[in-house]
Design a protein around this ligand. Structure first.
Ligand SMILES: NC(=O)c1ccc[n+]([C@@H]2O[C@H](COP(=O)([O-])OP(=O)(O)OC[C@H]3O[C@@H](n4cnc5c(N)ncnc54)[C@H](O)[C@@H]3O)[C@@H](O)[C@H]2O)c1
Length: 234
């Protein structure tokens, strides 16, 4: 019998981690980690290289969600998790021979692209805030690891994650068109872990919205990502 695929999640106690873990494939052996231990979540500070190495040993994939996800955050707040932590995770995943590293990037990595332009996965980073710049840093680390080691990397430029469908009457269209639902987020992570045939790609993390801030063609094709939700359908 094939051994179960061991997948380590960082930042799994956060909004996205908590929402998607119950929806991940039942045949995965998922290890949830976060800064502080709680029920079904082990303590892993991603700024600690030895701890990262310990947790990633024997993993098939690492899904790196841990970060300060605040577009208004200062350098001091971003430095530990988003800058140092992203480096330690990338380095440890590669050193442990992990097959696939999935990095939670953000559409904030390209948030200076004018709102009326649909962003593409091959758009160069163009952040409009320091948080977006740290996500560009994470993407660069992913490209570096993929170019120099056997670990392949998917950087997910996630849009606007929310468990509830956005209020289209009151929310800006730029956010509604970047919505990522709970089940599509789980499907995206499944696809990013299981897909093959590349060393490094940037992918888009949004649902099958009628109007899309980000193009989905490349991501659906390269990862066999199959989103089902649409912010505009009731
Ligand atoms: N929520 C969104 O709409 C959105 C959009 C784009 C990108 N993202 C990215 O997706 C990822 C998850 O986002 P989220 O909304 O679940 O954020 P969240 O803040 O709810 O969860 C992040 C988790 O990371 C943990 N963390 C912070 N510093 C850590 C450290 N040093 N070591 C270990 N864990 C640490 C926190 O404790 C928290 O549980 C983040 O990388 C975020 O930047 C989120």
């Amino acid at each position: 019998m094939e051994p179960r695929r061991r997948v380590v999640l960082t930042g799994a106690g956060g909004q996205i981690g908590q929402a998607i873990v119950p929806l991940l494939p039942a045949d995965w052996d998922v290890l949830c980690t976060d800064l502080e231990a709680r029920k079904d979540v082990a303590a892993l500070d991603v700024t600690d290289p030895d701890a990262c190495h310990r947790f990633f040993t024997g993993a098939d994939a690492v899904v790196h969600l841990a970060a300060v996800p605040d577009p208004a955050a200062s350098w001091e707040r971003l430095l530990p998790a988003n800058v140092v932590g992203a480096y330690q995770v990338a380095e440890a995943a590669a050193n442990c021979g992990v097959r696939r590293l999935v990095l939670a990037s953000s559409l904030h990595a390209v948030s200076a692209v004018p709102a009326q332009t649909q962003v593409r996965t091959d758009d160069a980073p163009r952040p409009a805030n320091l948080y977006g710049a740290t996500k560009a840093w994470a993407e660069a680390l992913g490209a570096w690891v993929a170019a120099t080691t056997a670990t392949s990397v998917v950087a997910l430029r996630i849009g606007y994650f929310a468990v509830r469908r956005p209020e289209i009457e009151t929310m800006p269209a730029s956010e509604v068109s970047a919505w990522l639902s709970r089940r599509d987020a789980a499907e995206l992570v499944r696809a990013a872990v299981e897909a093959d045939g590349f060393t490094f790609i940037v992918a888009h993390g949004i649902s099958a919205n009628r109007y899309r801030r980000a193009d989905l063609q490349d991501t659906m094709q390269q990862l066999s990502y199959r989103p089902v939700d649409d912010a505009w359908s009731s």
